[in-house]
Design a protein around this ligand. Sequence first.
Ligand code: NAI
Ligand code: MG
Length: 349
Amino acid sequence: MVTAGDPPADIGILFSPARADGGMSDTIAVIPGDGIGREVIPAAIDVLEALDVEFEFVEGEAGDEVLESRGEALPEETYELAADADATLFGAAGETAADVILPLREAVGSFANIRPARAYPGVDSLRPETDLVFVRENTEGVYSGIEHEIADGVTTLTRVITDDASRKIAEYGFEYAEANSYDDVTVAHKANVMRTTDGQFLESVGRVAEAGGHEYDEALMDALAMHLLLRPEEYGVVICPNLAGDVLSDLAAGLVGGLGLLPSANVGEDNALFEPVHGSAPDIAGEGIANPAATVLSAAMLLEHLGYGDAAVRVRAAVEAVLEDGPRTPDLGGDASTNDVTAAIVDRL
Ligand code: NAI
Ligand code: MG
């Protein structure tokens, strides 16, 4: 298994369909959103622009402020921008987050949400040996939006699990683990209670594993939460249904020292959106002290996805070096600004 402290080339990397198309510059939709999204996205762009990779950046608006000024949190043209781009870099939205990010994930046709949670040398973390990657199904499950009030005080939710989506997430998860040298693949479920839906999930994953000759363990998601907390080093890639992936990956965020460090990807067949796991952080927005690491690491995943693996490795190595040696933003115990940290990362490139 890859562990914290290994050389940069081993840092949790998004499985890449290697689609760099020699010479043509990729179009990146850039959607800063609200709050610190407007501080960390420019930081990530600075880093991307310091590389010898040519991108065309096109900027779109979304979030609380656009809702106020224009009456909609996600204007049609921003949706189209993401749908038409080669990849999207998104910051964060505030209260309108769900109205922005759910349609944007749909715009890029995302079926997998990839959330690496890795402890970094030099960063105070609960479990320094943590190196986990959650591969979360993100089109169905209990987030399918089928909720009803069937009588006064009686509400229902329909959990949708399909063979199609379950196989897709399993294929992606196993490929990701192989491409990134993770030996341990765990499939989270609760099939002892949700017999039909998670029964389907396990059956679909099992068939994909058998066809590809992949090994994996099954784990009840509640027990898994405890084991991840106590012995994260025993796990690598965790393939999850939608809600389990959401909850377990936040738990893992707690293991490695905070939201300012966690990148994510929403991957589709031929498009993808990259975003920090954190939100708009209204408590520190405007102060210029947001940690840009999560967004810069998201940009590294974007590079990987577009086939610029070497550039991605350089960016991750630069972020790691700065996390270890400083400067650091206040969330990591330092007193540096977003700009100081960004400049240090660019310097290390
Ligand atoms: P949050 O992630 O914005 O902030 C939680 C805490 O972590 C805050 O104390 C914040 O200062 C800190 N923090 C987060 N990112 C940081 C960074 N890069 N550097 C330093 N400190 C950082 O979550 P919260 O407070 O629950 O939500 C705030 C707003 O963000 C809400 O309106 C929520 O709806 C929205 N949100 C949006 C998301 C998205 O756009 N994907 C995801 C989560 C929340
Ligand atoms: Mg969440």
